[in-house]
Design a protein. Structure first.
Length: 258
């Protein structure tokens, strides 16, 4: 906890808003997506999806394949508490919707479905996109699959698998224009996924890494990713790290309050 407090204070000290950004690409993203305050009808759907889980008092047996939970001491967990503590926040879900709507990616990969709170934002952001979402825990995936069907997210294909197994054996030559990484908060796994997915990038690709300041290890991962020669632009929002591979741009890193 002390580490995260210090990390956040450092972020606040160094972070800027759109007025300090001189990159037209990043400035447009911030003004037209990040800081868009207009209410969207899709926000009501996101809220209803979340509310349905927050009122669910049933428990499931969760299998953790990643770094584990800082909240839960047992693998038997109430669905309502998973939705409250382990899923994407309402504010972040709306931002993920806006980012998806802004870039309009045709193919999306999500690594870590959980209950599908972020998946729904991706699906609503571009209903025409083909979305593959991966989840290692069978019970968690089952809850998400039922909910995604209930909310008519027909453009989502949910796959229960270990992430490394899927990425090593099933990954095609698909160019994913958007990848949301939220499945494993360990250094080795995150960097492995990064390297395995590099062949799928294009000039318009955006990758979003969740919890880049979750631990000293994840901050080290973020530093390595930023320094990779194929990475041209990054945006650190504290919770997320956004990565762009725009070949024509000079290397630039931004720390942005979102």
């Amino acid at each position: 906890m002390l580490f995260q407090i210090k990390s956040y204070l450092k972020f606040l000290w160094n972070s800027k808003n759109e007025h300090a950004v001189h990159s037209p690409f990043v400035f447009n993203l911030l003004t037209k997506s990040f800081y868009d305050k207009k209410t969207k009808p899709e926000y009501a759907v996101l809220s209803a999806y979340r509310k349905s889980f927050s009122q669910n008092k049933n428990t499931i047996e969760v299998t953790d394949f990643g770094a584990g939970s800082r909240v839960f001491k047992s693998n038997t967990r109430p669905i309502s508490k998973i939705a409250k503590t382990a899923g994407i926040s309402p504010k972040r879900a709306e931002l993920l919707f806006r980012i998806t709507a802004y870039f309009k990616p045709d193919n999306i990969l999500e690594i870590g479905t959980s209950l599908g709170l972020a998946t729904t934002a991706l699906a609503l952001g571009n209903p025409k996109a083909k979305i593959i979402t991966l989840e290692g825990c069978t019970e968690t995936a089952k809850q998400a699959q039922l909910q995604l069907q209930k909310f008519n997210c027909a453009n989502v294909k949910s796959i229960v698998t270990k992430f490394d197994s899927y990425l090593n054996n099933q990954l095609s030559t698909t160019n994913y224009q958007l990848i949301y990484f939220d499945g494993n908060h360990s250094k080795k796994a995150t960097l492995d996924y990064f390297e395995l997915l590099l062949p799928t990038i294009s000039n318009d690709t955006v990758w979003i890494f969740d919890d880049i300041h979750w631990s000293p290890e994840m901050e080290e991962v973020w530093r390595i990713i930023k320094n990779h020669p194929k990475v041209k632009v990054t945006i650190d929002t504290y919770q997320w790290g956004l990565v762009f591979f725009r070949y024509e741009q000079e290397k630039e890193h931004f720390i942005i309050r979102a």
